[in-house]
Design a protein around this ligand. Structure first.
Ligand SMILES: Cc1cc2nc3c(=O)[nH]c(=O)nc-3n(C[C@H](O)[C@H](O)[C@H](O)COP(=O)(O)OP(=O)(O)OC[C@H]3O[C@@H](n4cnc5c(N)ncnc54)[C@H](O)[C@@H]3O)c2cc1C
Length: 353
């Protein structure tokens, strides 16, 4: 599996041609990439996040999983690493930070798929392994936040240098909030961490580092909920904080709100697929959606008695890819070989070490 060095959003790079596009680098998307290689399909993976692993990485990396066949126990992070190792023989390009936005079927039956950052794919089939949808930052619900977005209100920190010499409030109590507050204090004029309570969900080591930095006078920590933004002209001036003693104002030029991520089916809902309860209806003989050539596997698939389990997604991907083969190579008859008898696969696995 290779992280792809994608061209800038405004480049006119030609479409990336492949047999299958896998949307989602969660456990099911990663296994699908392996299985595609086994049956002789080329594929590319895209994920909206900047890291692989889907829910396993984002929601419970250190929790043990006990129901993966033949692995009595491993953490979610470890499972993702094992899936990456399994994929290695096929060296599948993986495009991170790329949310798939639109699909369009051409007259020749192939699909043109576009991401929000300008990548274009030309594929015979699309494998949606998109879980609950793309993870997007949980945003402030204050109406005054929207016009300030990206200029004074931020949901990520793309460039630390943008905050040099500024006053910054970082809001949140998880790892991202604490890690960014600690990092920004080195360049900002003043950093204040704001969290609803004095307990944190971040790693103990990050909490200890933050408390040391506060004691050393390098940053501030305030308990409170952000209930309003004061704007002057088109710039942020202060936040209104509600806490036990009442409300106070905290002056700041920038607010970085790191409240975690929420899943959003987003653009996939507009693709003309039959969807129930935010999931894509599929035919369980091949996990194909209502649009032939688009498949849905893993948590995003909807059918009677669907179980949102990793092992169910593995099975679904395996069957879906066999049907996808007929779109990529309509003239060929795919001959089934057990992996234990597949000499070419054995060579590839050996070469990958
Ligand atoms: C706390 C917790 C514990 C769990 N424990 C277990 C367990 O013990 N055993 C078990 O079997 N299951 C467990 N699960 C469930 C399991 O994690 C899911 O079934 C599994 O992650 C589904 O995998 P997936 O690949 O289908 O989707 P996900 O893991 O959700 O990955 C989907 C990926 O698709 C990406 N994506 C979505 N939309 C787009 C788009 N438009 N463009 C680009 N990328 C997109 C997302 O960013 C995401 O990375 C647990 C879940 C949780 C939350």
């Amino acid at each position: 599996m290779t992280p792809a060095a994608d061209p800038p959003a405004d480049s006119l790079a030609p479409p990336i041609r492949s047999d299958v596009l896998i949307v989602g680098a969660g456990p099911v998307g990663l296994f699908a990439a392996f299985e595609a290689g086994v049956i002789g399909l080329s594929c590319q993976i895209v994920d909206a996040l900047d890291k692989i692993g889907g829910q396993c990485t984002e929601l419970y990396p250190d929790k043990p999983i006990y129901d993966i066949p033949a692995i009595p126990s491993c953490t979610a992070r470890d499972l993702v690493e094992r899936l990456m190792t399994q994929c290695k023989p096929f060296d599948v390009p993986i495009h991170l930070d790329q949310r798939v936005e639109s699909v369009e079927q051409r007259d020749d039956g192939r699909w043109t798929v576009r991401t929000g950052r300008g990548l274009v794919f030309d594929v015979a089939a699309i494998m949606l392994a998109a879980g609950n949808g793309a993870f997007v930052p949980q945003k402030l619900t204050l109406p005054e936040a929207l016009p300030l977005e990206s200029r004074h209100v931020h949901y990520s920190v793309p460039r630390v240098a943008d905050f040099a010499g500024k006053t910054v409030v970082v809001a949140g109590g998880g790892d991202s909030a604490l890690d960014w507050a600690l990092a920004l204090r080195k360049v900002a004029r003043r950093v204040t961490l704001v969290h609803r309570r004095s307990g944190f969900s971040a790693a103990d080591s990050s909490v200890a580092s933050m408390r040391r930095a506060v004691e050393a006078g390098e940053m501030d920590f305030v308990v409170g909920a952000i209930t309003g933004l004061s704007v002057q002209g088109d710039a942020l001036k202060a936040l209104t904080l509600r806490h036990i003693e009442g409300e106070t104002q905290l002056e700041t030029e920038h607010l970085v709100a790191l409240y975690g991520l929420v899943a959003d089916l987003g653009p996939i809902a507009q693709w003309g697929l039959t969807i129930h309860g935010g999931r894509v209806d599929v035919d369980t003989s091949n996990y194909e959606s209502s649009r032939p050539g688009i498949f849905a596997v893993g948590d995003i698939a909807n059918y009677p008695n669907k179980q949102k389990l990793i092992l169910s997604g593995f099975h679904e991907a395996s069957l879906a890819l066999r049907k996808a083969y007929s779109y990529a190579y309509p003239e060929k008859k795919r001959v089934h070989i057990h992996s234990s008898y597949d000499a070419k696969l054995a060579e590839k696995v050996a070469a990958a070490g």
